[in-house]
Design a protein around this ligand. Sequence first.
Ligand code: GLV
Ligand code: GLV
Length: 333
Amino acid sequence: MPKLFVTRETFPEVLQRLSKYYELEVWDRYQEPPYEVLLRKAKEADAFFSLLTDRIDCNLLSASRLRIVAQYAVGFDNIDVKCATEHGIYVTNTPGVLTEATAEHTWALILAVARRIVEADHFVRWGEWWRLSTAWHPLMLLGTELEGKTLGIVGLGRIGSRVAEIAKAFRMRVLYYDVERRKELEEKLGIEYKELDELLAVSDIVTLHTPLTPETRGLIGEERLRRMKRTALLINTARGAVVDTNALVKALREGWIAGAALDVFEREPLEPNHPLTALKNVVLTPHVASATRETRMRMAELVAENLIAFYEGREPPTLVNKEVVKKRAPGFG
Ligand code: GLV
Ligand code: GLV
């Protein structure tokens, strides 16, 4: 039986299913395996069930006996895919199954920052409301309404498109920017294409849905933050490094924009004394946009399907590096 190293605990029913095809070793600590452990396991294992916190670089891949890295995430910026392809190693991810959860979390963040939900909760919980000795005041905790406002979506993939659909229920105007213009979607979703700088200048809420690539790293930096409206909100459920964090902190402190809601950070976990945590106009969640029971289960099942297809000599359903097939057929034969 080929050996599969599973880099973190997951649903037992999925591991059970995989154990019919693979000899499993599961890393059972809450923290990720250190790089040295990954290096060692890569030399012993034929397959990895990996997470986005596992650094799978060319050094590891070229010294490994791995044939497939099956990632439990839609993003794969932790994996050197080009190097994997050169070595005939299959890389798979979990697209589609987490679209809804991520889009829903994006809306949870938009509503939370627009209506100051976290601040309001603290206001009640920590006694500020009580101390004011008034039940209601016309100017207490005023937020901003969504209806009629403009939402700017950066990256119109599966998640960005679903975010756009939901925006229509709030009767918002929706703009998008993508490296690829998507005319059919513009009509279907009732949205308009804008160049990035123009989108930033006119949107009331900007939400990021790009992968992290050399092109998107630092995409939203000081200059672009300065283009945004002073009343604008920035939402990031994509990857932290798409935004220049220092510039964002400055923008929030100095009021170039009004607020932000972030699920992802340049360095995760975010240190509790990071300047972002001192800002009231920011909502922070710990990279949990796909964290619903339903979605995490579907993701695990898709990882298993990829690994089983490979085992059976079939092309994995969500193969990232399609060119690898020319290099080497799937399977351990
Ligand atoms: C989460 O960030 C993912 O890429 O699935
Ligand atoms: C996310 O769901 C994606 O598949 O792009």
